[in-house]
Ligand binder design. Sequence first.
Ligand SMILES: [Zn+2]
Length: 105
Amino acid sequence: MTSSSSWAKAPPHTDPIGTLADEHEFLNSGLTPVRCAACTTEVLVRKASRMQMSIQWQSSPADSCPEFASRVSAGELSARIDTCPTLREAIEKAVAAGVVAVPDE
Ligand SMILES: [Zn+2]
């Protein structure tokens, strides 16, 4: 009875490039739904790093979020506005709680 034969069957686990590729793959599909506490709009959030965050709307923001809609009608819509403040807060809470995965840099 030797344990060396089972070792030979184990997949190679020392390739750092392969590990990074796997992590990258996970992040690409790692969209986490986060819901605005005020308007119940749900968006998909993904963090590629601590500083970088993508928000994917599942509906038109101006249709689903009253806060967003009022800003749009006030002509205030710009690249600076990507969520309503309540949704932003919900996202930050989800990140702080570890619901949205943040990769280590
Ligand atoms: Zn909202």
